[in-house]
Design a protein. Sequence first.
Length: 367
Amino acid sequence: MKAYLSLIAAAILVFSSFSSPAKAIVLFDDVPGNHEFAFEIAYLHEAGIITGYPNGTFKPTDPVTRAHAVVMIGRALDLNDASRSTGFRDVAPNHPYSGYIASAVEEGIIKGFPDKYFLPDRTITRAHVSMMLDRALYFPEAPDNKFRDMNKNHEAFDAVSRLAHQGVTRGYPDNTFRPDIPVTRAQFAAFLARAIEPGFIPDKQKLLKTANDILAELKAKDFADVADYVSTADGLTFCPYAGGCIDNGGVTFTKAQLPGFMNNSTDYLWGYQDGSGFEIRLTPAEYYGEYLMDAPYSAKERFGRTQQPTTHEFIHRLYPEATIVEFYFPGTTQYDGMDWQSLNMVFEKNSRGDWVLVAIINDRWTI
């Protein structure tokens, strides 16, 4: 049995909601509760993305190899780990991580070095971690980073800019990024946890609380309070399907119109049914019951990894700078989960740097 399992008294910390994405964590022998990245490490271990060693340690200060970085990203993205040819001369099909490395090549996450080498055992740098994560996950365009040891000619400059702007990567107190130094296991855990679970970023954790507050207002049918989160200039757009929102634009209500949402007797064309193409022509109250809140959505403690990546891809085509908080209903056993539904709150920052709600986009599989 791993040693950390015997340290329950010292290893489990309980926090109130929203103080951290994880309410309770099990620490390794060498990761004390006050470790800078204790929660990130615990979160990834809970998700099966990272593992420790047989003696119950995590070895947080050990460097991460390129192969291990790909494995952890691959687990996070549920990539195919079946052993096979990778196209690299130094990663044979029988290499223990050939499956993840091959998948990372197929997904455009890694490229390797000249002459078809991957160098799986080489220590990975902060710059290369940033580039891998930038290719693996969606990060919107961002202002140029201001790290004094990064210039626009550096291969990782744009990736570092995007990740730093989102709060996934951070520099040092002297305003350096130190792109060429090795990444430790603890540092990599912090990078990856923030990338796949934005709740580890303080600004995004506040946004999650805001989204939960909005969900409560929606359940109460209090659109006057929902309007408080909407900008006067842009209003709030509703779409029944993520793909249909691109094609047809949904229906946009001004901030002033929202308080009267449930009493509005106008029939609006919200879009078209996925599959049949039939018009979705309903009053706001009818749309509320048939699409907007047609699932028992629950408050979230974490952003969580989306179960339907295509939904977010569609939304980001229309709102490339947005952060999405998805409330997901997994469906029922009667239909083998094919009756899943999602409610996606789409937020953007205004000129003052405040989050504003710009759209609520539902999605579902038509059965």
